[in-house]
Design a protein around this ligand. Structure first.
Ligand code: IPM
Ligand code: MG
Length: 359
């Protein structure tokens, strides 16, 4: 049965990593005889330029009809002056919310070939394989009321609301427990229940759910300690589950353990595993248009898409193996090179992946 893929190219260097990944996709389709129909849409800055909105109705309709969505990084200085309600990032938040993509999987895997590229000592990170499960459509990112107003004293006051229902906590908890079950069976739930009631509830719901997943080892950690432990001894973690904002922050920290955020893919799934797949990194305006950006995070996002939304695990394995092969062969973009290593560009890295895939 034909699968319907929506491609949203993104902005700045995002466009380059998407062009690279679509070349890889062509090679995968040919090698595995996949039946995929591809539509293109716009999200973020490109959509603002074309339609005046970061998540226009045209894109929403394509996104709702798609089986899976591949997105590259959005945003950049061109839209810095745009009013906050229609900034490129709002497009990202809008599509996550519109499609109810509450389950965000952010693996932080250190390719053994890159241990020296991490800012931590190789022995602390070699073999790292951590999964952050971040709640993506609730919490303080979406809580109402929110805004900036002038209070009774005439002072300007900004406010947001941090709220979660037990329903939202339970469904992200299930994603995390299920993931832990398929891995090493250890789940660490991250909260701030010494201060915030919303996360007292979070902890309660995780404990209740644990009764259904007694085979998984559940622990709890305050978010400040979790940030410290990630840097101190990251290999203690298997799966971490946390809310939207803590997950945003911890996943960047975890990404850096792996040497480069340029290597990390992510998946955002709804209850039926329909998903949006995107690199964790941003649109890298400083190096955009210079054939410098690392395409591997977007290519690995394609691998996740093939695995979770298209159930094409062989094709997914092949893409991941091809990435591993090029690292073995010593190919490095600037972000993952250590002193003395030769650096290649986006296009050459993509050529190498396609070669590996075809051989
Ligand atoms: C991420 C990004 C987004 C987020 C921004 C761009 C809105 O940082 O995907 O982690 O905060 O979720
Ligand atoms: Mg982030």
């Amino acid at each position: 049965m034909s699968k319907n893929l929506l491609v949203l190219p993104g902005d700045y260097a995002g466009k380059e990593t998407m062009a690279a990944t679509l070349r890889v996709l062509d090679a995968v389709i040919a090698r595995f005889s996949l039946d995929v129909s591809i539509e293109q849409g716009l999200l973020g800055g490109a959509a603002i330029d074309e339609f005046g909105h970061p998540y226009p109705e045209q894109t929403a309709q394509l996104a709702r009809a798609a089986d899976a969505i591949l997105l590259s990084a959005v945003g950049g200085p061109k839209w810095d002056a745009v009013e906050p309600a229609v900034r490129p990032e709002r497009g990202l938040l809008a599509i996550r919310s519109d499609l109810d993509l509450f389950g965000n999987l952010r693996p932080a895997i250190l390719s053994p070939q890159l241990a020296a590229a991490s800012s931590l000592k190789p022995e602390l990170v070699a073999g790292l394989d951590l999964l952050i499960v971040r709640e993506l459509t609730g919490g303080i990112y979406f809580g109402e009321p929110r805004g900036i107003h002038t209070n009774e004293k005439g002072q300007r006051e900004g406010f947001n609301t941090y709220r979660y229902t037990d329903f939202e906590i339970e469904r992200i908890g299930r994603v995390a427990f299920e993931a832990a079950r398929k891995r090493q069976g250890r789940l660490c739930s991250v909260d701030k229940s010494n201060v915030l009631e919303v996360t007292v509830l979070w902890r309660d719901v995780m404990n209740e759910l644990h009764q259904e997943y007694a085979d998984v080892e559940l622990s709890h950690m305050y978010v400040d300690n979790a940030a410290m432990q990630l840097i101190r001894e990251p290999k203690q973690f298997d799966v971490m589950v946390t809310g939207n904002m803590f997950g945003d922050i911890l996943s960047d920290a975890a990404a850096m353990l792996t040497g480069s955020i340029g290597m990390l893919p992510s998946a955002s799934l709804d209850v039926n595993n329909k998903g949006l797949y995107e690199p964790v990194h941003g649109s890298a305006p400083d190096i955009a248009g210079q054939d410098k950006v690392n395409p591997l995070a977007t290519i690995l996002s394609l691998a996740m898409l093939l695995r979770y939304s298209f159930a094409e695990s062989q094709a997914a394995d092949a893409v991941e193996a091809a990435v591993s092969t090029v690292l073995d062969q010593g190919f490095r973009t600037g972000d993952i090179a250590v002193a003395g290593e030769d650096v290649i560009g986006t296009v050459a890295m993509t050529d190498a992946v396609i070669n590996a895939l075809e051989s």
